[in-house]
Design a protein. Structure first.
Length: 571
């Protein structure tokens, strides 16, 4: 169970009258549970004091009751996680083995619990006799009413007294706070949904991690969402942010980062990435410029609170607004200058997600519409050199995983040599040596990597343009006459595409009409020769070989393209 699930079950257990609210009396039960979990004695006055502190922090509208959302927001607040850690830990452990309504653990549940506890403590699985003895001892010790059922209070009392479950408790608490499957399970609250939408869009593998090139792509989208013109979001800027994110998460060697690591970096840089949150729309609506910086001033805060009340369908009068104003200003205005900066607003909003949730739900659609579902990677312009390099990459990324492994890179280097009529294209040792040098140079920011990302490849090619100029010409020519394959995974030239290409060649040669009329027959003959794998289409590799070996006339088309491509270079 993660902390959200445990907290929800804890709320249900405390809500004795099942009305969806925790009253002061029910919050007092929470305080006593907290004291019991920490093996601490609290007086009646201390119970009342802690109860009022929780009510003040969670009951933000002073209705006299705490809703589930308010309760979740309060216990998940960074300032409160440590306070409630043991309570959540014991509840999480108890609820894993409790009956349906989470009030007691049966004998069978106790056996399963004790078996896991002994295993965690000793490092080996205990036998049934040992488990039964331990359960019998526990029941005899704490089951006062002799019903062979253990309540939470009895369970915690025994655990604190005997230390029998300490190791299992530590493991369970670590699982709650830091799930081992995917960091995306920690995404809670509408204020993170926008980030999550972008993250999942770029996480093509769906494993909760972003590789280096995916991270660059995500940085591109975020910067565009922040209002930076697309033409100003260059490859170098995105790569720099991606590297900083990897460094901040100690992931320079692995070259990948999870959602939690990315989110933490984003929130540490609100001046760069804060604008992509729907919160920015809300802030800008009520902020004013003062001394060259945007702030929400007192009157702006009152107007904001009015909108929050209206969006939440909460009645508001002068007294309610004044009380909420005092609460928000006290919590958010960290430097006590009677105004709220964007950084202060972000921190307050993330600490009180439920307060802003209805308004953010309305804003979320507006902001998402401003984000393209698909964006050309790092802002490549269609037909530009970077776009052409990307097509070359995709033509050799046979498994479509966004990386070139060594085998794919060798084929690419071989294609490059063929395009230049280099005799070494048939020399396997030379091709392999060239591929190793290219791999080392392109992935130098990720030592010992066995793959090249599209970002690294673009940087490598632009640094060695003379080597790749001809092959990029072939790529542009291929793209002009190709189309998507039937499964949509790659670009191919069909028979019709080849016929169209031949007509272009004959037109440039000013061939006789009788020759032009026979282009279909020519296309069929050449197609059978070029389609070496009998796939029914011409791949890029087959096209490069065909261009060199069978139709040198195509070189004129490439020469027409290459000067234009070089003029388009804009790095």
């Amino acid at each position: 169970m993660i902390i959200n699930e445990v907290a929800t079950k804890l709320f249900t257990r405390l809500d004795k009258d099942n009305n969806g609210f925790l009253t002061r009396e029910e919050v007092q039960l929470l305080v006593r549970d907290w004291a019991r979990s920490n093996n601490t004695f609290v007086t009646f006055d201390e119970v009342k004091k802690h109860t009022e502190e929780i009510m003040a922090g969670a009951d933000i509208h002073s209705t006299g009751g705490i809703t589930l959302d308010q309760f979740l927001g309060y216990v998940r607040h960074p300032d409160n996680v440590a306070t409630f850690a043991k309570l959540m830990g014991w509840h999480g452990l108890f609820l894993r083995y409790a009956r349906e309504y989470g009030q007691t653990i049966s004998v069978n549940g106790l056996k399963a619990l004790m078996r896991e506890a002994l295993h965690a403590h000793h490092g080996f699985a205990p036998n049934d006799v040992t488990v039964k003895q331990a359960v019998d001892e526990m029941i005899h010790e704490v089951d006062v009413d002799r019903d062979n059922e253990i309540s939470l209070e009895e369970f915690v009392h025994y655990a604190n007294k005997t230390n029998s479950f300490s190791k299992l408790f530590e493991l369970n608490l670590a699982h709650q706070l830091q799930p081992r499957d995917s960091a995306l399970t920690l995404v809670e609250g509408d204020e993170l949904e926008f980030l999550e939408v972008l993250y999942k869009r770029v996480d093509k593998g769906g494993d909760g991690f972003l590789q280096y090139d995916e991270l660059c792509h995500l940085c591109y989208e975020l910067l565009v969402c922040s209002g930076v013109p697309r033409e100003q979001v260059g490859r170098g800027v995105c790569e720099e942010y991606a590297r900083q994110i990897l460094i901040a998460n100690n992931a320079s060697t692995t070259g990948k980062v999870d959602f939690r690591g990315f989110k933490n970096f984003v929130f540490k840089c609100p001046e760069v990435f804060g604008k992509m949150l729907p919160l920015n729309v809300l802030f800008q609506k009520y902020a004013q410029n003062e001394g060259g910086k945007e702030y929400i001033l007192p009157l702006g805060l009152v107007e904001l609170l009015k909108q929050l009340c209206e969006d939440s369908n909460v009645a508001h009068d002068y007294q309610t607004l004044y009380r909420d104003f005092q609460h928000v200003m006290t919590q958010a205005d960290k430097d006590s200058d009677n105004k709220i900066s964007f950084e202060e607003f972000i921190q307050f909003a993330l600490s009180h997600p439920n307060l802003l949730r209805p308004t953010l739900n309305q804003l979320k659609q507006v902001v998402e519409q401003a984000v393209p579902n698909t964006a050309p990677i790092h802002g490549t312009q269609p037909g530009g050199v970077e776009d052409t390099i990307q097509k070359l990459f995709q033509a050799h990324d046979t498994d479509q995983n966004g990386h070139l492994d060594f085998t794919e890179l060798k084929l690419l280097i071989e294609s490059m040599l063929i395009a230049h009529d280099n005799s070494y294209s048939s020399n396997a040792s030379y091709v392999e040596q060239s591929a190793r040098q290219a791999m080392a140079q392109a992935s130098r920011n990720r030592p010992y990597s066995n793959t090249i990302t599209v970002w690294e490849f673009i940087g490598f090619v632009t640094s060695n343009y003379e080597m790749f100029g001809r092959i990029l010409g072939w790529v542009t020519l291929y793209a002009r006459f190709s189309q998507a394959s039937s499964d949509g995974t790659r670009q191919v030239i069909t028979r019709d595409g080849l016929a169209h290409l031949l007509r272009e060649i004959l037109r440039r040669q000013r061939a006789a009409p009788t020759i032009v009329a026979s282009v279909e027959a020519m296309a069929n003959t050449i197609f059978r020769q070029v389609d070496r794998d009998n796939s029914g289409d011409i791949s890029f590799g087959e096209f490069v070989t065909f261009a060199r070996d069978y139709k040198p006339e195509l070189l004129q088309l490439v020469e027409d393209i290459e000067p234009r491509a070089q003029r388009q270079r804009n790095f």
